[in-house]
Design a protein around this ligand. Structure first.
Ligand code: S3P
Length: 736
């Protein structure tokens, strides 16, 4: 039996009482409210067992104390709780901002006490008061806890169980991150809704306005019926973050005002399209329960050791490289291109957005289907702002090629990781065609491209084996006079060449050289995107190293320039069966069945490196579990991916007890053989999606559990990784 004290019997506090009464009848609940009537009602409705008219009295003897009062009352409530609580009691709160809460409690206790676990159930509604109490208010709703490093782990466990008992999904975040996110997703929308209704109610005609206001007004302003006192307190408590949100919104509103005033329909359409796409993506991600990994804040994967094999039949999402190219060529084609199996990951969406910003109508993605209304080779419009490409190197490099041939100037930017990546590898050879293109002084983004240059075809001997560089040159070649040819030092993925041909654009391929002649046109077509072998790779390795595994990956792209991972794993002794091989839309596809097999270390043939370049992080995991040494050479490109992937893997694997040494162009890994188990530990993914997923695979074969920090970007290439991993048996949990 537990004793719960609830301070504040409004919607939030009273709903907790109702939920606990419904699910844990042996708990005893004491309740405090400022008003006598509310206390009596709570007793009469059986929500509490005892009522008290002072905070000091209600908390006496309680195991768990929940503070659910408006933010403005926290300071005085904390003072009373601190002096009257039992020494073993755990205290939590339900306030909507967390910075002010920890400041308040620290001001009373001198520091954040170990017994206090700040919390926030994301389950409010415009209703308020005890009358609205609902025992199921928290079912399937998120509760965010923001414990400090000083918070006792046991206290966090007590509070997590309390919310889980009520049906909530509990996650953790740091305080700053919570306040930033909530300022934008909750506080700003409430302020805007209150503000809009207030603005309209100032109007003499407001009765008329309200009488005729239809669904849009009702939907947009529902939350303006919320409790004003509570929202005043929140607005003041999270002042700094809310101000940033208001300024950001005011800037956009001003731009929209200007566009409306100027009659700039194109700008308005692009803005609405961008918003609709973001809203659609948001719905699809939250519907699939993957929203935990979609926003730009640190997220943490925890993987516990696997007790049985990886099993089942899954289809991983669409190929990232092909998805990018399908939008690019679809946009430049004449006619309407339809795409199925499109990767709804953030990288591919960045490409979609860039083309929308250049006036291309793109419908979807919806369940993998995208419709691109091609504008023709010369139909792109100047973007009104910088083209922001998030984390996506492929978008930035391939677009550099396309934009080099346009009549307008453009500027390409990206997130912190992309802003560190080398761009001269594309800007230098494009300059050879006559493009005027600059990067920052150290060769990183932003990439600025002057429009209106006459491009002339020429030959380039590529310095690095990079499909992105090759593709940028071929795409610029569409706009160049004469022939543009590229020779690569080693074979790299050839999706651009294949897809150009699929769009009816002639491409000459002789040995390691590909060339196009500028001036032809592309014709819209249908594209079926196969599953991404780079995403499948995590499961290929997982099933190969976990005893008892038997997994089928369906519809995986097995383009010969991408199958390095299959060849390398087979050389290591993996049991992978390629079944049902077929060709779909110019790309070979097959189902891959993989079963556990003891692996052995190998010298990875250098020629295979570019064919498996994205798969090395997870191949390193396979090598740790193989018997004998694995040597990787000629893979210096790994150092300039989303992170320095050699260093990221060496750091993490050493922390997990593996024997690995990094070299300038690869690594030497002394595998522990089939009996090897990684030590438990915490590793950093450095916000690199492939590092995050690779370490998740390592966690399956560990002695206890592996915690992977910095997994936020997994959705760039593999939006439902968590769901599919769990479906095949990964004991993987996510926290914020
Ligand atoms: C890609 C090419 C590769 C790969 C990237 C996608 C592409 O990069 O790592 O994830 O779609 O062309 P490089 O061309 O830089 O090797």
């Amino acid at each position: 039996m537990k004793k719960l004290a609830v301070i504040g019997l409004g919607l939030i506090g009273a709903s907790c009482c109702a939920a606990v009464k419904k699910r844990a009848r042996d708990w005893k609940i004491s309740g405090y409210s400022r008003t006598e009537v509310t206390r009596q009602q709570a007793l009469a409705r059986g929500l509490i067992d005892h009522s008290f008219d002072s905070v000091a009295d209600v908390v006496r003897g309680a195991d768990l104390i929940l503070i659910a009062v408006p933010m403005g009352q926290f300071l005085s409530v904390f003072r009373d709780v601190e002096s009257a609580r039992d020494p073993n009691s755990v205290v939590t709160d339900a306030g909507s901002t967390k910075g002010s809460v920890v400041r308040d409690i620290a001001s009373i206790c001198g520091s954040i006490p170990s017994w206090f676990v700040p919390g926030h159930p994301i389950a409010g509604s415009e209703q308020s008061g005890l009358d609205a109490a609902n025992p199921d208010l928290y079912v399937d709703h998120q509760v965010i806890l923001t414990p400090d490093i000083t918070t006792a782990p046991d206290a966090v466990r007590v509070v997590s169980s309390f919310w889980e008992l009520q049906g909530s999904v509990v996650s953790q975040m740091d305080v700053k991150c919570h306040d930033e996110v909530l300022a934008l997703t909750s506080h700003l929308p409430h302020i805007l809704a209150f503000n809009l209704v207030h603005a309209l109610s100032d109007d003499d005609q407001h009765m008329e306005i309200f009488r005729y206001a239809a669904g849009g007004f009702r939907d947009f302003t529902r939350i303006a019926a919320s409790e004003p006192e509570m929202w005043r307190d929140i607005s003041l408590a999270n002042q700094e973050e809310i101000l940033k949100g208001i300024d950001r919104f005011a800037g956009r509103l001003k731009q929209m005002r200007d566009a409306v005033a100027l009659g700039d329909g194109a700008w308005i359409l692009r803005s609405f399209q961008r918003a609709r796409a973001a809203r659609t993506l948001f719905s699809s991600l939250t519907d699939r329960g993957t929203h935990l990994v979609m926003h730009s804040h640190p997220s943490v994967f925890t993987i516990t050791k696997m007790r049985q094999g990886i099993k089942g039949e899954i289809r991983v999402p669409g190929d990232k490289s092909i998805s990018h190219r399908s939008i690019m060529l679809g946009a430049l084609a004449d006619g309407v291109t339809t795409i199925d199996g499109f990767l709804e990951g953030e990288d591919a969406i960045a490409t979609v957005q860039a083309f929308r910003d250049m006036g291309v109508q793109i419908d979807g993605p919806h369940e993998g289907r995208v419709t691109v209304h091609g504008v023709g080779r010369d139909g792109l419009k100047p973007p009104s702002t910088d083209l922001y490409l998030g984390n996506s190197g492929t978008s930035m490099r391939l677009l550099s090629g396309i934009l080099a041939g346009q009549s307008f100037a453009s500027k390409l930017t990206g997130d912190t990781s992309l802003s560190r990546r080398p761009m001269r590898r594309v800007s230098d050879p494009l300059t050879g065609l006559g493009a005027v293109i600059t990067t920052s002084s150290d060769g990183t983004p932003p990439v600025k491209i002057s429009g209106g240059q006459r491009l002339t075809g020429c030959h380039t001997d590529m310095q690095v084996a990079s499909a992105q560089v090759k593709s940028a040159l071929l795409l610029a070649g569409l706009y160049a006079e004469g022939e543009t040819s590229v020779t690569e030092p080693a074979p790299t993925r050839d999706h651009t060449e294949r897809m150009l041909q699929g769009f009816g654009y002639p491409v000459k391929r002789e040995g390691s050289t590909a060339s196009v002649i500028g001036g032809s046109r592309l014709t819209a077509c249908h594209i079926d995107v196969p599953s991404d072998i780079s995403s499948a790779a995590f499961f290929l390795v997982a099933a190969s190293i976990v005893p008892g595994s038997d997994l089928t990956l369906s519809h995986v792209g097995i383009n010969p320039t991408r199958v390095g991972v299959l060849e390398i794993l087979k050389l290591m002794g993996a049991d992978i069966e390629v079944a049902n091989a077929r060709e779909i839309g110019g790309e070979p596809v097959a189902d891959l069945r993989v079963r556990y097999a003891p692996l052995r270390g190998i010298d990875v043939p250098r020629a295979m490196v570019p064919l498996a370049i994205d798969e090395f992080p997870v191949l390193f995991i396979a090598a740790c579990c193989a018997a004998g040494e694995t040597l990787v050479t000629g893979a210096e490109e790994l150092r300039v991916k989303e992170s320095d992937r050699i260093q990221s893997m060496v750091d993490g694997l050493k922390a997990l007890g593996a024997s690995i040494e990094g070299t300038p162009d690869g690594a030497v890994i002394r595998g522990g053989g089939p009996q090897f188990r990684f030590e438990s530990g915490t590793v950093e993914a450095y916000e690199d999606h492939r590092i995050a997923m690779a370490f998740s695979v390592a966690g399956l074969l560990c002695q206890g559990r592996v915690v992977v920090n910095g997994c936020v970007n997994v959705a760039t290439s593999f939006p439902n990784f968590v769901g599919l991993a769990r479906a095949t048996g990964f004991p993987l949990t996510v926290s914020l």
